[in-house]
Design a protein around this ligand. Sequence first.
Ligand code: BV8
Length: 317
Amino acid sequence: MASTAAPSAIPPADLESFSSRLKSSTRILALLGAGLSAASGLPTFRGAGGIWRTHDAMQLATPEAFDTDPGLVWQFYNYRRHMALAARPNAAHYALAELSGRKEGFLTLSQNVDGLSQRAGHPLEKLQLLHGNLFDVKCTDFYCNYVQQNNYTDPIAPALAIPVEGTDPTSFEARHAVSSALLEKKTRKELDIADESIYLPSVPAGDLPHCPECKRGLLRPGVVWFGEALPGKTIDTVNQWIMDSKKIDLILVIGTSAKVYPAAGYVDMARSKGARVAVVNTEQGDARGLTKDDWFFKGDAAIIVPEILKGVIGDVR
Ligand code: BV8
């Protein structure tokens, strides 16, 4: 059943049938994407304003990009760390945290690296970060396995606080101007360094964060880049939960274009275990393969999610 209205006008039949399924469900999966954090002010990867609208942004999230120009990649991630720290969880993050606490059989698979689900109090034992976390860093030296979690240093290295003419170099606006230029103008060579409003000094590797343990290796963001395998432990935990003998009653697919694998593949895996699918998305086009037994709720996750979960979690605004 497709519900294509704002929450106040979600067709009662859709809300009712979903609510009763939600109440009776004992095993629920949630697959989260960038759209969940859009209302918190964090740009999504695709679509209007999406930070991935240029293929170069995708190129920035690869090991090759980091090998080629770690300074460029660190400026991209330093900016996203800064944005995520300045953002706050929205009502959907809180509603999902609340639901996961009330349902014994619940597992959230988040593609988001922004830390907002954690800051909304989502039980960590029910949260699998498929693509890592902006606030984990790890050493790139082959012989060193240093990993640091919860690194909230901002900027993560002084050289990454790129000064912008005439403004406080550490200001959010300064970094925003630089990063938008960075993302707008693709790679460094096309950056108009002569642009008087910003300048983007190259950041020599020596000024980038280095491993405090081995002292040799560059640190890198603790995220999964394109072309990198998801952590084995994460994959095993998720597969075990899904392939458990018991069926899955429902999968919530919230704010994701479901184009990146293996994450997107979990929807069909859940279906194969009996799950009915409920998609929350601003775009109907991203709610693919739904059957008459599924739901599509069109709208902003921050508004829709608390509304459709209300039957179980009450009012958590
Ligand atoms: C792997 C962390 C194999 C980094 C991310 C060639 C070579 C290698 C691999 C591949 C290849 N070709 C294809 C692949 C597989 C590749 C892949 O899937 N590519 C895609 C592009 C086709 N996958 C991989 O590379 C994965 N690894 O396959 O490894 C392997 C095995 C063994 C050994 C070696 C290798 C790793 C993928 C992980 C990449 N890292 N993130 C970072 O964040 O910087 S992916 C990143 O992009 C996100 O994590 C997320 O997964 C994805 C973006 O998707 P969404 O979250 O859905 O965001 P998007 O903008 O797309 O959509 C937003 C949605 O929200 C939209 O539908 C919009 O309508 C909606 N929306 C907007 N606003 C709202 C809203 N909805 C509700 N409310 C709103 N307000």
